[in-house]
Design a protein around this ligand. Structure first.
Ligand SMILES: Cc1cc2nc3c(=O)[nH]c(=O)nc-3n(C[C@H](O)[C@H](O)[C@H](O)COP(=O)(O)OP(=O)(O)OC[C@H]3O[C@@H](n4cnc5c(N)ncnc54)[C@H](O)[C@@H]3O)c2cc1C
Length: 396
């Protein structure tokens, strides 16, 4: 039976980054995914054309995440392909309550970049391919796990693999989490989000904004040149109906519903996603460790999901590095629990903050509406506190 130090299930943005980060510690890694992403890019990275159609799945990647990805040599390739920097972040409900955050407040050249998920994932896979201590098993599927006090044995298709640590980075519906019998707490937000790729009348912008309309936000994420990604949050029935419209009719709906500052747009593509909150009751159980969406699915309102995942990876890398450096066994439960201790409360804080904002803005009542607008009005004038909030949101 082949043996590895770490077996990672899931090679999405978080799982693939985990493989690179832990391989840098000298550990022997295997990564399993049911899919091999973007074969063309992996075989020939230069085949990417900057004017090719945008993928619908994009993420706001914070400055803190970028710095970590840079250390792992994953970030530069993403920039070489395509990414759009944003320097400002605007939020408002009524025009008088407009709050804006600017990268100058934290003395940085920008707050982050909007990137396509598949490019970030492909760049991490390219790095994995350069590391002789990473074995990639894809396409392949996890069938079962058997946990012992000193190892885990996993069946991948019909092959057994032994590992010191089994890492679940297999997304919100994590099989690893289910097989390890780790429960979750959470709920359905009774809202869906529609992602809409558009071409814009306005040239490339350096701002990402959110406008709350009757409790349901709409958001603008800039992409390069005359492109942008829009997010429309609403009740699932409404989003389903909108998503089924032909692009020309959806364009009219967007122009009627979004604020005028959007300017003229043409709809290129769209898709709807349910919004759920899910938090694993444990991130570590014996030798099983959860990271990224397998551990926490968060409301995408403030674009924090994958950024929290990268913070998980960084924390796990640091915890294991320290243990190896001090001669401790890196896979012991004392060591792995340090990762959970560092990350669970931080993720919970961010999830709860997002929920408070989301629920707060859903309340239609006059006094609460007045209060939240006063809150935004005050936020614009918070001075050093506002700078600290911004630095935290940027993962710095
Ligand atoms: C509408 C929307 C907008 C968002 N916007 C943002 C944003 O702006 N910024 C941000 O930070 N986050 C955002 N997020 C969240 C972000 O997309 C997720 O946090 C991120 O994709 C999670 O990455 P992951 O690698 O943990 O999981 P996933 O991306 O789900 O990857 C899981 C991987 O595991 C593989 N897999 C699954 N099951 C198995 C199995 N049994 N065996 C082997 N492999 C398996 C899959 O093929 C996949 O490659 C958004 C989410 C949504 C829904």
């Amino acid at each position: 039976m082949e043996k590895f130090d770490c077996l990672i299930i899931g090679g999405g943005m978080v799982g693939a980054t985990t493989a690179v980060a832990l391989a840098d510690l000298g550990l022997k890694i295997a990564l399993v995914d049911t899919h091999r992403p973007d074969s063309d890019l992996l075989d020939n990275p230069d085949s990417f054309a900057k004017d090719q159609a945008y993928n619908l799945r994009v993420s706001a990647v914070s400055l803190g995440s970028e710095q970590f990805l840079q250390q792992l040599h994953i970030w530069q390739q993403v920039l070489d392909w395509r990414a759009c920097p944003y320097r400002r972040l605007g939020v408002w409900e009524q025009s008088l309550s407009y709050a804006q955050f600017h990268c100058d407040q934290i003395k940085q050249p920008y707050l982050g970049h909007i990137v396509e998920n598949h490019l970030l994932q492909a760049s991490a896979w390219l790095q994995m391919q350069h590391k002789p201590n990473i074995s990639i098993l894809a396409p392949a599927t996890l069938q079962s796990i058997t946990c012992y006090s000193d190892k885990v044995i996993a069946t991948i298709d019909d092959t057994e693999i032994q590992c010191e640590i089994l890492i679940g980075a297999d997304g919100g519906q994590s099989k690893v989490r289910q097989m390890a019998d780790i429960g979750t707490t959470g709920w359905d937000y009774q809202h869906s989000a529609m992602l809409i790729n558009v071409t814009t009348e306005h040239p490339q912008q350096d701002i990402t904004w959110q406008h709350f309309i009757d409790g349901a936000p709409v958001a603008f994420l800039p992409l390069t040149s005359h492109h942008a990604s829009l997010v429309w949050y609403d009740k699932p029935d409404k989003i389903k109906a909108l998503a089924s419209l032909p692009n020309t009719q959806l364009q009219q709906q967007v122009l009627n519903h979004f604020p005028k500052r959007l300017g003229h747009i043409d709809v290129v593509d769209k898709a709807a996603f349910p919004l759920v909150r899910r938090h694993a009751n444990q991130y570590v159980k014996g030798r099983v460790v959860l990271l990224g969406d397998a551990a926490h699915s968060i409301n995408p309102l403030a674009g924090q999901g994958v950024n929290l995942g990268f913070k998980d990876v960084k924390a796990l890398q640091e915890v294991l590095a320290k243990a190896i450096g001090s001669g401790e066994h890196y896979a012991s439960s004392e060591v792995l629990q340090r990762y959970e201790k560092q990350r669970r409360n931080d993720n919970l804080l961010m999830m709860t903050t997002m929920d408070l904002i989301y629920r707060g803005f859903k309340q239609p009542s006059g006094p609460i509406k007045l209060l939240r607008n006063l809150g935004l009005f005050g936020a614009q004038r918070l001075g050093p506190v506002k700078d600290k909030v911004l630095a935290y949101a940027c993962g710095l």
